[in-house]
Design a protein around this ligand. Structure first.
Ligand SMILES: *[C@@H]1O[C@H](CO)[C@@H](O)[C@H](O)[C@H]1NC(C)=O
Ligand SMILES: *[C@@H]1O[C@H](CO)[C@@H](O)[C@H](O)[C@H]1NC(C)=O
Ligand SMILES: *[C@@H]1O[C@H](CO)[C@@H](O)[C@H](O)[C@H]1NC(C)=O
Ligand SMILES: *[C@@H]1O[C@H](CO)[C@@H](O)[C@H](O)[C@H]1NC(C)=O
Ligand SMILES: *[C@@H]1O[C@H](CO)[C@@H](O)[C@H](O)[C@H]1NC(C)=O
Length: 519
């Protein structure tokens, strides 16, 4: 139907060639070991000495990156999966520097999300209670990951979430405690606070997902897009939900691309309007936003575009390329069906983010402060809010640019991939401390490791997995988790955010009163 498949094939091929060249550069000795390992792999699991200290065995590396000719051959002659998880894939004794750095402040929300279980702990029964909506159960025992799958999730979500956890195990080998958890890959949180908090109510089931709101108790975990995301254009859900982009590289690469894009256009030279491009269907709030588009009759200072997937595919995704979207001084963030994965890409742009008041938050959003990192936009009067915000920014360019830079820096620094892994590490570690039982491998579970997951993946997904793979363990320990907020401290922080939003709303009111008086 379109030429996209060919592009994918070409890129995949190039990626493997590049990988192979990178490996080749590491010297003849390594090449020899790699050569050996191709043969060794055919037999069984081999015990190859570590090269250059704490990296992964070259046999494992070879299995993951494919042969020089291109493809990793995953099946034997009768078509069954050839690989099983190697017994000794991870360095166990690698030394790390103690980390002196303290984690970004949003890590404090780890304590808040786990607070419901702080006193009573987590029992196996409570976890069982979360089974109803979960897509899978994850068990980690002795540094190895096992999964019990309950139902299919939306494409790529469960696979990439699990992939991310495997990379975490490679990044901090031997550091994760044994644990067992339920994960729900759908958009909206489901553990309603009112069902579980109060006298004679049961304890809430602990359930991991990608976002929550003020009325729910789901535990927030980084979403799958940090390891890349691609959805096929024919999918029903591209049209039926608020997907911002269909072809997103792993976060590390996306950040780099966006940074390069940012350097191409300085803030002052960007288009002085508010920009949004996305899928407005089936989200009332986004459809409402479209009413603010510039028209013959009135200019609300907004330039809004509908993502046209088919055209984009034909043009090789040029327009939806994230790095090419940083062309305006202001960018609008508006939620989809729940939180939107687009948030981090929008904020990364060095444009001032105009954030339509959200209901849902992902793991990093709660640390962001209005007027410091973004400009708050009313949800119930988007157009007047946008008009004022853009005019204000163009009047006070230094201030707007300052907010743009602070927001962007938050994403580039505090949400860089190393901190995403640190966040995962700390939330899993804190969660495991609450468990009141010793996790064991369930009878029906499958063991997961990169070899098996890569063999099971195809096309773009496989390419993203290769790209986002952790190649050697971290040289330093995770950042230091901040202590929980004191209640008064937490309240002050929430007040600060509410006050800043109120401040902007007061300015807006004043502005529109003056406008109306004039007309
Ligand atoms: C292929 O693998 C399956 C599962 O491991 C095994 O049962 C089968 O005997 C293998 N077939 C050949 C031809 O090696
Ligand atoms: C918004 O207005 C611009 C400029 O007139 C136009 O190109 C664009 O298609 C409009 N967007 C929508 C969603 O109608
Ligand atoms: C921007 O400056 C113009 C001209 O000084 C003024 O009329 C307008 O009210 C200002 N708007 C805002 C939002 O500050
Ligand atoms: C591999 O893919 C098949 C089919 O998509 C799926 O049923 C199976 O659970 C996958 N296995 C793993 C380990 O992900
Ligand atoms: C927020 O505003 C209230 C009332 O205007 C004030 O009493 C309070 O000190 C402010 N809090 C912060 C953190 O700015």
């Amino acid at each position: 139907m379109f030429c996209h498949d060919d592009i994918v094939k070409l890129r995949r091929h190039l990626a493997l060639v590049v990988r192979w060249q990178q490996l080749k550069k590491r010297g003849a000795a390594i090449t020899a070991v790699l050569f050996f390992s191709i043969f060794a792999l055919v037999g069984a699991i081999v015990n190859v000495a570590w090269i250059n200290g704490p990296t992964f065995s070259s046999a494992a590396r070879m299995a993951l990156f494919g042969t020089p000719k291109g493809r990793l051959k995953c099946t034997n002659s009768s078509g069954s999966l050839k690989y099983t998880c190697p017994r000794n894939n991870y360095p166990t004794d690698h030394q790390v520097r103690q980390s002196s750095s303290s984690c970004p402040s949003y890590f404090q929300w780890i304590h808040e999300d786990l607070r419901p279980w702080r006193e009573m702990g987590i029992t196996q029964d409570m976890i069982r209670g979360a089974r109803k909506t979960a897509h899978f159960k994850l068990v980690i025992v002795n540094g190895r990951a096992y999964m019990e799958k309950y139902k299919p999730s939306l494409p790529a979500r469960d696979q990439f979430t699990l992939w991310g956890i495997l990379q975490l195990l490679r990044w901090y080998p031997g550091r994760l405690p044994d644990l067992e958890l339920m994960f729900d890959c759908d958009d909206r949180p489901v553990i309603r606070r009112k069902d579980f908090q109060g006298p004679r109510k049961p304890p809430p089931p602990p359930l991991f997902r990608y976002c929550r709101d003020d009325w729910t108790l789901d535990i927030v975990f980084p979403d799958w897009t940090f390891w890349g995301w691609h959805i096929f254009l024919s999918s029903w859900h591209v049209y039926m939900s608020c997907r911002p982009d269909v072809n997103i590289k792993p976060w590390k690469q996306s950040l780099k691309d966006i940074k390069e894009g940012n350097e191409r256009t300085v803030w002052e030279e960007r288009v002085p309007y508010a920009y949004w491009r996305g899928n407005p269907y089936v989200c009332p709030s986004r459809q409402d936003l479209l009413k603010c588009n510039v028209s013959d009759k009135y200019d609300w200072n907004a330039r809004l575009y509908i993502q046209n997937w088919n055209e984009q595919a034909k043009a090789g995704f040029k327009q939806s390329n994230l790095a090419n979207q940083c062309t305006h001084r202001y960018k609008i963030y508006v939620e989809g069906w729940a939180w939107s994965v687009s948030e981090k890409y929008i904020f990364a742009c060095d444009s001032m983010t105009l954030r339509v008041r959200p209901n849902f938050y992902d793991f990093f959003a709660r640390g962001m402060v209005p007027l410091k990192h973004f400009w708050p936009i009313r949800d119930n009067s988007k157009c007047t809010s946008l008009k004022f915000a853009v005019e204000w920014g163009n009047n006070y360019t230094d201030k707007a640019k300052g907010i743009a830079e602070a927001g962007s820096q938050y994403i580039h620094e505090d949400v860089k991939m190393e901190y995403v892994y640190d966040f995962m590490f700390h939330i899993l570690n804190e969660y495991a401390k609450l468990l009141r039982f010793k996790p064991t491998v369930p009878a029906g579970a499958v063991e997961l490791c990169p070899e098996v997951m890569l063999c099971n993946a195809t096309g773009r997904h496989k390419e993203f997995m290769i790209e986002s793979m952790v190649e050697s363990p971290s040289e330093s320990a995770p950042c230091t988790l901040p202590l929980p907020y004191e209640p008064a401290e937490l309240q002050a922080f929430l007040d600060l955010k509410a006050n800043s939003t109120r401040q902007v709303e007061m300015w807006e009111n004043e502005y529109w009163q003056n406008q109306n008086r004039r007309n």
